[in-house]
Write a protein that binds this ligand. Structure first.
Ligand code: SF4
Ligand code: SF4
Ligand code: FES
Length: 470
């Protein structure tokens, strides 16, 4: 059912249940937020989204809205401002987001939030992409009435795990990080300890911040309180050159941005794609790129000579490979040559690889996969599995998901988030494997088999599908 309301004089019709902040966004009106995040349940903690709300007065006798002499509905205004991120739309609702009162409310909230803020934007890593900084410029007071010396001080670089650093002074206690970990990552390892000025974000897990998704909290933290250890003090956002890419550390294919500086990867950020990774990436996708600068990385080709691997130039190594391939072909024929390319190579490289095998060497023996996935990939998966064109955002109530022999949280972390989300939306989830995994928490049915007998399980399931569900 749809609901029609008026925001700043503009009529908008949205589905019932839509939050005011989203209804306003539909018609290009931005209501400032800190704690609200589209992917998480609203909590109304920061009060930044205050607006004025009124409802038409209904005549109890006629059941119809009362109107003024000019024919306009009579509006009864709420006595206090309302948080737009928690308020669902209602028919006939009238909302004001642009008035002297709303401006004063926003200014007051920002002043409260800044009472103990360190105001260290010039040395804060979030500078240039910080909602608190941006909204203070737009809506906040120009100067602080508070004495810097009397501000509450706390740890500036508190290690919240190996990867994440917390600046306790900058935290505005919006709880986005704790809610992300509990609601979405399924790793409730963060919480808020103490009360009042002493309240602070802590990790309860051992090891600290034990989650594959910790880096996402730095993206959604609306201030510079959470930062990644590897990017701190390395660059400003405006110094970075963003390059769109796709993560190749697992088969999910999360969309990413490689932010480069002076030709080096400075950081990797998620690139929104609602069909695949929404706005998230896992810690492997975010942090594993450091291998490219590792001193242990092979930088020159090695050619085997007897028992030893000897460094050679690329020209020498390629010449060696070409000579050997020609020798094998001359002696045994092209059929004796086969090539297996890495499954993580991009399409362009795979195209060139098959061209080398088929066209140059004349061999039809070319593949890029090994193991079970090779057997399943083309036929079964493309027909009924997660394959090209799958929109993970649409997997929900009317879907049955079979996870077979995979620990998604470990092997394809963002797929774990999506499958868990689908299960929460009502999908039927069968989690089949040789041991317990984190996904069992969301499974409608857990199927446990002895290692090596997965095929029997699948045949058994097929038997039921073909013979017992006719
Ligand atoms: S650390 Fe950031 S995300 Fe977490 S509560 Fe503080 S301000 Fe919010
Ligand atoms: S789940 Fe992680 S490793 Fe896999 S593609 Fe996404 S970011 Fe990369
Ligand atoms: S954004 Fe609405 S209360 Fe925080």
């Amino acid at each position: 059912m749809d609901v029609t309301l008026t925001i700043d004089g503009h009529k908008v019709t949205v589905p019932a249940g839509t939050l005011l902040v989203e209804a306003a966004r539909r018609i290009g009106i931005e209501i400032p937020v800190f704690c609200y995040h589209t992917k998480m349940a609203p909590v109304g903690m920061c009060r930044m989204c205050l607006v004025t709300v009124g409802m038409p007065v209904i005549n109890p006798e006629t059941g119809r809205p009362e109107v003024t002499e000019a024919g306009q509905p009579v509006i009864r205004w709420q006595p206090k401002p309302v948080t737009a991120c928690t308020e669902p739309v209602r028919e006939g609702m009238v909302v004001i987001t642009d008035s002297a009162q709303v401006a004063a409310d926003r200014k007051g909230i920002l002043e409260f939030l800044l009472t103990s803020h360190p105001l260290d934007c010039p040395i804060c890593d979030k500078g240039g992409e910080c909602p608190l900084q941006d909204l203070t410029y737009r809506h906040g007071p120009g100067i602080s009435r508070f004495d810097f010396a009397s501000k509450h001080h706390a740890a500036k670089a508190y290690p919240l795990g190996d990867l994440i650093v917390l600046d306790q002074e900058r935290c505005i206690l919006c709880a986005r990080c704790t809610r992300f970990q509990s609601e979405l990552a399924d790793d409730p390892v963060l919480g808020i300890e103490n009360r009042g000025r002493d309240a602070m974000i802590v990790s309860y897990s051992d090891p600290v911040f034990d989650s594959h998704y910790s880096g996402n909290t730095t993206d959604i933290c609306p201030v510079g309180a959470l930062t990644t250890r590897d990017f701190r003090f390395r660059a400003r956002p405006w110094e970075l050159t963003p390059v769109a890419g796709v993560c190749n550390h697992c088969g999910v294919g999360c969309n990413i941005v490689l932010d480069t500086r002076r030709g080096h990867i400075a950081r990797i950020m998620p690139r929104e794609n609602e069909q695949v990774n929404e706005v998230w990436i896992c810690d492997k996708g975010r942090f594993a790129h450091h291998f490219h600068a590792s001193p242990q990385r092979l930088r020159v080709p090695l050619v085997r000579q007897g028992d030893r691997l000897v460094e050679r130039s690329w020209d020498e190594a390629l010449q060696h490979v070409a000579t050997r391939l020609q020798e094998i072909r001359a002696r045994y024929g092209a059929q004796a040559i086969g090539g297996i390319a890495g499954a993580h190579l991009p399409n362009e490289d795979l195209y060139l690889f098959q061209k080398l095998l088929r066209q140059v060497l004349g061999s039809p023996n070319v593949d890029y996969r090994v193991g079970l996935s090779a057997a399943l990939e083309d036929d079964t998966a493309s027909e009924v599995g997660v394959a090209c064109g799958t929109d993970l955002g649409r997997v929900g109530r009317d879907t049955a998901i079979l996870v077979l022999g995979s620990d998604l949280d470990e092997e394809a972390p963002i797929l774990y988030l999506r499958v868990a989300g689908a299960a929460r939306r009502g999908a039927t989830l069968l989690n089949a494997g040789g041991r317990a995994t984190k996904l069992d928490r969301h499974a409608t049915h857990v199927l446990r088999y002895r290692y090596g007998s997965a095929v029997h399980l699948v045949l058994g399931l097929l038997n039921v599908v073909l013979h017992e569900t006719k």
